[in-house]
Design a protein around this ligand. Sequence first.
Ligand code: ATP
Ligand code: LTN
Length: 328
Amino acid sequence: MKKRLLTGLQPSGTLTLGNFCGGINQVYNYQEQYDTFLFIPDLHSITVTQDPEELHKKIKEVVGLYLACGIDAQKTHIYIQSENLYHANLSWILECHAYFGELSRMHQFKEKSKNKENFTCGLYTYPILMASDILLYDAQVVPTGIDQKQHVELARNIAERFNNRYHGNYFVIPEPLIPNVGAKIRDLQNPEKKMSKSTSNPKSSIFLLDEEKAIRKKIMGAVTDNDASIKFDEENKPGVSNLLTIYSVLKNISIDETVRQFSGAGYGDLKKEVANVTIEKIMSIQEKYHEIMSSNVIDDILDEGRDYTVKLASEKYETIRKAVGLGR
Ligand code: ATP
Ligand code: LTN
């Protein structure tokens, strides 16, 4: 039997090149090899304020982009988290098996709540809902960028704790799957930070639905350094290393090979070539995206994904409910 793989990308904005490299492209590469689940974590998105109409639109946009990036609905179960009530139900049970202290250590929570007077309880408990998403389906591997590794580790801890407390193999212990190259695509204007879809500065991120001109402008304007030599050194040259990483992922070649190709070149040449490969990739995604959005395949795919996963989730939930002693 194939191992099960599961991941999701929040519909909190238009997907970025970072989401492509750390998320979708990995699923694309693995979908033959694994029994693959790719969902839309819309419940996660409302941990911060969303405009309801906008969120509604983004959900289908993300599904369209999954498909346009080559995710094959024949091989991958695609579904919306909020259409399956078991995610939130299991999350509550898991909340009662997770500790306040361990959640307080989550980097993403610290980052997103920093300098805010008010933030929601959902932002704090969100990693437990993520554990529920994973454990509900006995997923063995969870491909993500580096930013989500800590959350997958929390899911492992909760699963182990639960199994020990109730003396059984109730949950499979999941493994994070972090790509060697592209696990953290950096913000183009501030390469200390990761590229993010909910950025306040549109120059910082390449969005998968950006126009060609905008992509070129953003990459040509990416922050680098004064050293003028093309080397891969994430600590001292994060901007240049980021451009090399993008090139390497999109060309599907190693970092060493990329550095070799640019030996003797200047930053201007590097940026021009990175812009060219990015535009080529993104324009081809967009062409497929527009085709998909003008057909009516998405609803059928989502209905099928929902029916399949609700059945699996209900079986798991019943087992867990009984283990804890709930119900009749
Ligand atoms: P938000 O800005 O709403 O927090 P995000 O852009 O950080 O969103 P997520 O929805 O949190 O994206 O992430 C979806 C997937 O993309 C996850 O697997 C995450 O690890 C990956 N990912 C996000 N940003 C990057 C990045 N800059 N580089 C590589 N992978 C990334
Ligand atoms: N928290 C993730 C999205 C997400 C996820 C998941 C990823 C929600 N549930 C389960 C993998 C597995 C994020 O913000 N990127």
